[in-house]
Every structure is written in structure tokens, then in C-alpha cells.
Design a protein around this ligand. Structure first.
Ligand code: ATP
Length: 367
């Protein structure tokens, strides 16, 4: 089998299974990746790196020595999930190296797709809920989260956190939003629309965000650009989420609305995630390590498999290799088709399909 060889070098991936069900959904992803590689005629270079809560317990440190420097040699990280509620640093903070990866590699654009899969329980009674298919695009390096670790409490009287919106990150984010809408439209997934979600009627930082959105929108005249206040968007995402395509917003707003999105389609096992910067990316399901179901074979690998599909698509674009992009789109479709005709329903959604059953159903659909 030919290795991918391009002018940009070989596509290579750092694989971080992590802890709990992270390890299980990663096993699922790698089993599926092997089949995808065989069918589409390529092989990614990959290296598994142990990191996380178990690594901390065993070695007194959450990641191996030189971990972040080592990552620079890779295109991206494929991660399961990391952390454990009972394993913390001495200051009480959680084991979360992905936050450091996000900051260090400036992964500005966090894609969180929200899609209703066929034959899964409908959370909203309206039949149009079957059409839910939108993306929350989360600015992931600043916004209100800029204040993480920098907030202040003055004399036990008043506490302050700061919201930061920079031109550079907002331009990058908005361009990503418009390109994503274009891609989704070309794939027949949407009509090509980007909604800027903000609170520009109250905050100067949000008015700045909207101003930059409008500036960047002019470069994408084929994509519909509109605005919505975040409070009204929360209402609409419950009343008519099927109307949305790409929703772009500040970090904290997206933190909240993307979980609302996960709830609209059944649970965290249905919530994939891609965090993309100019020169590096991190792909992982949005869920945690779920200690309550770890080791039982009940974890839903859907979000992991869709995150893997997003990674293949991104690598394909980065290396100009059609096989990878085609494989990514095919895997995404295979997951969808497994729900449409493969008779699966994961435990998380009230069914009896364990992790292995979901993998088998996806592989059966892979063409
Ligand atoms: P974190 O803070 O790391 O995101 P958390 O405890 O808030 O972690 P999760 O670990 O995602 O959240 O778990 C929340 C709930 O969702 C748990 O009941 C868990 O079992 C369930 N859950 C999460 N991911 C999956 C999955 N892939 N399959 C099935 N159930 C899942």
C-alpha cells in the first residue's frame, strides 16, 4: 500500500487515546481507519502517545516530557477524551492538556457539528427536527475564556473577568465560517448561510466582532450572511434549529449553545469536534471520559468517528490529496447511513447497540 507522499511531506497524526471511554472510542476509530485506508488506498503515519489522568497517576505528570514540542512534528492530533473527575493537579484544576494544545497552536476555529441522525429519538416533536444539521463555530482562543486563570477578586467585594475580541482571531474565524458554509452548500448539506451570533446591542467587544464579520462577509458574496443576538438564538435553537447552517460566535456563547445543540440530537456521543488553526488541528469528540460507563462496551463512538472523518477531510485539503478528502466524506456518509439502514441505536440513545455493533454497522456502509 502506498504511503501518502506530497510536497508538504507525509500526513502524520499524533494519536492520544486518553482515559476512560476515550481509549474505547479511539480503538473504534483506529479499527475503522484501517479499513478506510485499505479501501481508499493510503496509509497515514501515526504515533500513539499516552497522556492524561492515568499517565498522571503513573508518572506524576499529565503528558510525557517534551510533549508539546514533539507535537510540532505532526499535522494534527486525534484525541479520544482526557481526564477523570477524581484525578486533579494539587491546585484542584483538571487534567486537560487539550486546552494547552488549543492555546499553544492557536486553534481559533472550533467546529461543532449538530446533526440529527435517522431513526434516533427525536428530542423535538416537530417532524422538521429530522432536518437538524448545523455547525456551531466556536472561537476557541479568546472571548470570555481569555480570562481563564486571569480573573481577579478585589477585597472579597467584587470579581472581574475580561472578554477579549481581537481582529486577527475574528477575521480567521469568520473566514473559516464562510468557507465552511460554502463547502457544506457544495456537498448539498445546506443552502450556504452564516449567522453571526453576538450581543452587539450591549457590548462594545461584540459590536467589534459583528463589524469584522460584516467586513469578511463581503469577500463571500455567494453566502448568505446575517446576524442574531445570542439570547434570541437560544430561543430559535429550540423552536426552529433546522433553519440554521453555520453559526459563528465568541467562545463562551458557543460553549453554551454547542451543548444545547448536543442535547437537540440526543447526547454527547453524537457531538463531534474539530479545532482548527492556521497550521495545526485537533480532532476529538466533544464528550468527556464518562467514568460512569467506561469499560462496559457501551460508549457511543459516533462523535469519534465523525471527528475522524473531519480529520481526513482536513488532511486531504492540507496535503492536496483527494483520496483523503474522499475518504473523509465517505466515512461521514457511512456513519449517517449506518443509522438510516443499519439498524443501530446506541445505549446512550435508549438502544442496545454497543460500541462494536456501531463499528460493524459503519464498516458495512463504507463504500
Ligand atoms: P467533561 O467535563 O470532561 O466533558 P463530563 O463529566 O462533563 O466530562 P462526559 O464525560 O461527556 O461529561 O459525560 C456526560 C454524560 O454523557 C455521562 O453520563 C456519560 O456517560 C455520557 N456520555 C458522554 N459521552 C458518551 C458516549 N460517547 N457514549 C455514551 N455516553 C456518553
Amino acid at each position: 500500500m502506498a504511503q501518502i507522499s506530497t510536497m508538504a511531506g507525509q500526513a502524520n497524526v499524533a494519536v492520544l487515546p486518553g482515559d476512560g471511554i476515550g481509549v474505547e472510542v479511539m480503538q473504534a476509530a483506529l479499527a475503522v481507519l484501517e479499513q478506510v485506508e485499505q479501501r481508499f488506498g493510503f496509509m497515514l503515519t501515526r504515533e500513539t502517545i499516552e497522556a492524561g489522568a492515568d499517565h498522571y497517576l503513573a508518572h506524576g505528570i499529565d503528558v510525557p516530557e517534551g510533549f508539546y514540542e514533539k507535537l510540532e512534528a505532526f499535522d494534527c492530533v486525534l484525541m479520544g477524551a482526557i481526564g477523570h473527575p477524581d484525578v486533579r493537579f494539587p491546585d484542584g484544576t483538571e487534567i486537560a492538556p487539550h486546552l494547552e494544545i488549543r492555546a499553544r497552536f492557536k486553534l481559533v476555529s472550533g467546529e461543532r457539528p449538530v446533526r440529527k441522525y435517522p431513526n434516533t429519538p427525536r428530542i423535538l416533536s416537530d417532524t422538521r427536527a429530522e432536518e437538524i444539521d448545523f455547525v456551531v463555530l466556536r472561537e476557541s482562543t479568546e472571548g470570555l475564556f481569555w480570562s481563564r486563570g486571569k480573573g481577579v477578586v478585589e477585597d472579597d467585594r467584587v470579581a472581574r473577568d475580561t472578554m477579549v475580541i481581537s481582529r486577527a482571531a475574528t477575521e480567521e474565524l469568520c473566514d473559516h465560517a464562510f468557507k465552511l458554509a460554502r463547502k457544506r452548500r457544495d456537498l448539498g448539506r445546506s443552502k450556504g448561510r452564516v449567522t453571526c451570533v453576538d450581543k452587539s446591542n450591549v457590548f462594545v467587544s461584540m459590536a467589534f466582532f459583528r463589524k469584522i464579520f460584516d467586513e469578511r462577509a463581503r469577500n463571500f458574496p455567494d453566502i448568505q450572511a446575517d446576524h442574531h443576538y445570542v439570547d434570541a438564538t437560544a430561543l430559535d435553537l429550540v423552536k426552529k434549529p433546522w433553519e440554521y447552517d453555520v453559526l459563528v460566535m465568541e467562545n463562551m456563547f458557543a460553549d453554551i449553545l454547542s451543548d444545547l445543540g448536543g442535547g437537540l440530537v440526543g447526547g454527547m456521543g453524537m457531538a463531534p469536534c474539530a479545532e482548527i488553526g492556521r497550521d495545526f488541528a485537533l480532532f476529538q469528540p466533544a464528550h468527556g471520559t464518562a467514568p460512569d460507563i467506561a469499560g462496559q462496551g457501551k460508549a457511543n463512538p459516533t462523535a469519534m468517528l465523525v471527528s475522524l472523518a473531519m480529520m481526513l477531510d482536513w488532511l486531504g485539503e492540507r496535503h492536496g490529496d483527494e483520496r483523503l478528502s474522499t475518504a473523509g466524506i465517505a466515512l461521514d456518509k457511512a456513519v449517517y447511513d449506518a443509522y438510516a439502514t443499519g439498524g443501530i441505536l446506541p445505549f446512550e440513545l435508549g438502544g442496545r447497540s454497543g460500541l462494536k455493533a456501531v463499528i460493524q454497522a459503519v464498516l458495512a456502509q463504507l463504500r
